[in-house]
Design a protein around this ligand. Structure first.
Ligand code: ARG
Length: 671
């Protein structure tokens, strides 16, 4: 059990006497921000005092007198208005550290009641190359699976790839009209990707042409709206400072509001103008390419043709199905290459196509049970409190993304009987999942936790969704290549600068660069609060200092290097049973931090946030730095001290290693 859970356990009894629901109050037991207030702090007396109409200090004292913490705490103290501050005993910490030395789980026990989870992540729409948008779902999902497994939960990972949608209509159309047979024979994956891009470009061109007049009209209206706001703001402009002191106008909020409206109108206009400009530029680029513009002119109906291809596939057209069966493995190979580099695996990749012959029955069942209704030829589920219904069958009989997701849930429940299904999917789909989950509850399925583990957008340095200079989405493989290439330069520079000259062979440099580059990319994502957007930056993610994989890998390699330098037999060290001494503040702080590993994992899984684990590992690395600066290890004053410090180094390295592994990040022994 983690220290925190143990402290909470001890506090639960006395608290339960004061409040029937002690759990939310126990959430207020935390690590102290400042060590002068002890190691852990409980703040629940304040809200509890308010609720009970008693003095918080009295409550805190009341709880403390009932507490039995003699074995683990040196000091149990009530401070200020009612903070309970706990300082752990050094011997108690040392004992736990010694136990961790011989424990492959580093003192983190498996959970007492394991649950079964299905984790749905990555899920690209195949038949088109993976792009930057897929990185978050893939690495967050993989890290969550690893964390859950480490804690002893059962996990089934299922990559719900989009292999049945319009993008297949696109490659079918491309294959039938534009394929290069020789190229397809030689390298099918590349040829299919080329066909996808070609059809995409044709569709975008005609789409753009059709959109342009509407956008221009919108611009005109926004110009009018701006003129109105300008006039309003002009009448209400805030008075110059000197005149403001005395009387205020009837409402000082009015000018502020007008200025705000004006800014908004200006922003809207600028956005539309940008949109028109970039659209015009891309249309002009096509027009300047005679070959492509002829092609575009010959295929003005490409959008409709693609939809027709998709419909034919769905309707069971034999030749379309045959081609789909032929393309599908190539598309899977393509994504598999990326997963292999990212070191990400799945138990299953069933994909949307897997559920197609279940959809009709799913919809019929919803109708029969009165959950779904026909409305203007379509079938919908109307949900309380939702402005729009969830559509499960279109007027033309086609099924939707949501229909497949319903059938998928039914299948997963039947097959794996999970306690929880986690969907690691972009925040833009939150409405979809809200509807989906509400429908599932209406179906009477209540005994499964359904979680949309949503995440924000990856932004470029301009603060907008990350795109290439020409406005295309950024391919994932290119991103990996670039990160590895830059990591290569860092590894080389670092090696060249070593006091005794370079130590790494060219082969080693290549291998290390791949690990460092991929790790940087993954860690940069995992270390962000998943619900926020973040700005993508190679420089930041590969920085040797700060909360980056590069820094963490370097910290690990540095700890490991001590053992090589001191010629230490690590196995013998661990088996020695030697005491761990926590005589100085730096040693004690490092020891306590090592023991917080389980706590960090609990925190990370509480609401599925891997950044809780990266933050912990970063703090651990920081404690190690302080320790290393203050406490000589190989040159410690006594043998006992040397051994104890080596044990602390070893524990630190093992926690870093395990923690990074749980995040899906590989360490390097040398850098
Ligand atoms: N393929 C979908 C997309 O790219 C994501 C699927 C997520 N999983 C799910 N069960 N809906 O948007």
């Amino acid at each position: 059990m983690s220290i925190l859970s143990e402290l909470k356990d001890r506090l639960r009894g006395p608290l339960a006497k004061l409040d029937k629901q002690p759990e939310p109050l126990l959430e207020m037991v935390r690590r102290s921000q400042d060590s002068k207030f002890g190691d852990y702090q409980a703040n629940f007396a304040m809200p509890l005092g308010k609720r009970l109409g008693r003095s918080p200090r009295e409550i805190a004292l009341d709880v403390v007198t009932q507490l039995d913490l003699k074995d683990s705490c040196e000091v149990v103290k009530v401070d200020g208005p009612g903070f309970i501050n706990l300082t752990l005993k050094d011997e108690w910490l040392a004992e736990r550290l010694s136990a961790a030395v011989t424990d492959p789980r580093l003192g983190v026990p498996s959970v007492e009641t394991p649950r079964t989870h299905v984790v749905d992540y990555s899920a690209p729409n195949v038949a088109k190359p993976m792009h930057v948008g897929h990185i978050r779902s893939t690495v967050i999902g993989d890290a969550l699976c690893r964390m859950l497994r480490f804690l002893g939960h059962a996990v089934t990972s299922d990559n719900h790839i989009g292999d049945w949608g319009t993008q297949f209509g696109m490659i079918l159309h491309g294959y039938r009209n534009f394929r290069d047979d020789a190229a397809y024979q030689k390298a099918p994956v590349e040829e299919l990707a080329r066909l996808y891009r070609l059809v995409r470009r044709l569709m975008d061109y005609h789409d753009g042409k059709a959109r342009l007049p509407g956008l221009r009209e919108k611009l005109r209206q926004q110009e009018d709206a701006l003129a109105v706001e300008r006039a309003a703001a002009g009448d209400n402009l805030p008075l110059p400072v000197g005149e403001r002191a005395g009387v205020r106008g009837p409402s000082s909020a009015a000018p502020k509001k007008a200025a705000k409206n004006l800014r908004r109108a200006e922003g809207d206009l600028a956005q539309t103008r940008d949109e028109i400009e970039s659209l015009e530029a891309s249309l002009a680029a096509v027009d300047a390419d005679p070959q492509f513009s002829t092609l575009a002119a010959d295929h003005a109906d490409v959008g409709a043709a693609v939809l027709a291809e998709t419909a034919k596939l769905h309707a069971g057209d034999e030749d379309s199905r045959r081609l789909w069966r032929e393309f599908s493995p190539h598309c899977r190979d393509e994504i598999q290459r990326v997963y292999a580099r990212l070191n990400v695996t799945f138990d299953h990749t069933l994909g949307e196509s897997f559920y197609q012959d279940r959809l009709a029955a799913t919809v019929q069942d919803l109708i029969d049970r009165g959950i779904a209704q026909e409305s203007q030829g379509a079938v919908c589920v109307f949900l309380e409190g939702q402005p729009a219904p969830m559509l499960v069958r279109k007027q033309d009989g086609a099924f939707l993304y949501a229909t497949t997701d319903l059938a998928t849930i039914e299948y997963r429940l039947e097959t794996w009987r999970p306690d929880a299904i986690l969907y690691v999917v972009d925040h833009r789909q939150s409405m979809h999942f809200e509807h989906l989950f509400a429908t599932v509850r209406r179906m009477g399925i209540t005994d499964v936790e359904l979680q949309h583990v949503s995440f924000g957008t990856v932004l470029g340095s301009d603060g907008r969704p990350f795109r290439t200079r020409s406005g295309d989405t950024v391919g994932l493989e290119g991103l990996l290549d670039e990160a590895v290439c830059r990591a290569g330069r860092i590894v080389a520079d670092n090696d060249d600068a070593k006091p005794g000259g370079p130590e790494l062979s060219p082969d080693e440099r290549v291998r290390i660069a791949e690990r460092v580059g991929i790790a940087a990319l993954k860690y940069a994502d995992l270390s962000q609060n998943r619900t926020s957007d973040y700005v993508f930056s190679y420089d930041k993610m590969l920085a040797m200092n700060g909360n980056t994989a590069t820094y963490m890998q370097y910290a690990y390699a540095r700890v490991r290097s001590i053992f090589a330098k001191g010629n230490v037999d690590v196995e013998a060290l661990r088996a020695s049973g030697a005491a761990i001494l926590l005589g100085t503040p730096a040693e004690r702080a490092l020891g306590l931090e090592v023991l917080r590993f389980g706590e960090a994992l609990d925190l990370a899984l509480l609401d599925y946030r891997p950044n809780q684990l990266t933050a912990y590992l970063f703090e651990l690395a920081g404690c190690y730095s302080t320790f290393f600066e203050n406490c000589p290890v190989l040159k410690a004053e006594t043998d006992a001290l040397r051994t104890s410090r080596l044990l602390l180094c070893d524990l630190t390295a093992r926690v870093l290693h395990k923690g990074l592994e749980i995040l899906g990040i590989e360490v390097v022994e040398k850098m």
